[in-house]
Ligand binder design. Structure first.
Ligand SMILES: Nc1nc2c(ncn2[C@@H]2O[C@H](COP(=O)(O)OP(=O)(O)O)[C@@H](O)[C@H]2O)c(=O)[nH]1
Ligand SMILES: [Mg+2]
Length: 197
């Protein structure tokens, strides 16, 4: 059984000049604004208000760092969760690069400590253009020592039939409901092994 036994906010970064130093294995979470990214981080850490659920979608432009301690049997493992600004909120469609600011793509491209990208998608809208772009983008920049996990949120909004269809279409994806706490243990375990396996 793998659990997160401690989680705390470390710092926010707005530019290259105030980034946290490298060195600890990191999980970078990315997804459209409102996909449930903050809720998912909170669910993984079993804390209600660790990552703030922002009232204005798309407003958060900061990179937020959290320290998490996993426990597996009697061993403890330290990692960091990196909550990246949501993308795709702009009403006028722009290129991924533009929407998602230079600072952020620089970070994703150059951050050595990132071992795992968690790409969150809304289970109700699994084939949005922006998510296809992100999938392609991550594929293109991913290093040998990095993994990409696709996780579908809000499965509580699907009926059984829709859920089986989604699972068939994306057999390797993890399906979660932050609201009903479904799939959270599996997600935690998969993320842990992507970092330390
Ligand atoms: N039904 C349902 N709602 C969710 C789920 N996850 C998040 N939400 C809701 O979706 C909205 C956006 O969530 P938030 O975590 O702030 O998304 P973020 O913008 O990606 O960080 C909030 O109203 C959440 O309560 C989920 O799994 N199921
Ligand atoms: Mg958020």
């Amino acid at each position: 059984m793998i659990n997160i036994i401690e989680a705390r906010f470390l710092t926010s970064s707005s530019s290259k000049s105030n980034l946290l130093e490298e060195g600890i294995n990191e999980v970078a979470f990315l997804g459209r604004s409102n996909v449930g990214k903050s809720s998912f981080i909170n669910a993984l850490c079993n804390k209600k208000n660790l990552a703030k659920k922002s009232s204005t979608p798309g407003k958060t432009r900061l990179i937020n760092f959290f320290e998490v301690i996993y426990k597996k049997e009697e061993e403890k493992y330290m990692a960091r969760f990196v909550d990246l600004p949501g993308f795709g909120y702009a009403k006028v469609s722009k290129s991924l690069q533009e929407e998602w600011s230079k600072n952020l793509t620089d970070f994703i491209n150059n951050r050595v400590s990132i071992r795992t990208f968690v790409h969150l998608l809304d289970a109700r809208h699994p084939t949005q253009k922006i998510d296809k772009d992100v999938r392609e983008y991550l594929r293109s920049i991913k290093r040998e020592d990095q993994k990409v996990l696709e996780i579908f949120t809000k499965i509580d909004k699907l009926n059984q039939k829709e859920l089986s269809k989604l699972k068939k279409e994306f057999p390797n994806a993890i399906m979660v409901s932050n609201l009903r706490k479904r799939g959270i243990q599996e997600a935690n375990t998969t993320i842990f092994y992507s970092l330390f396996g």
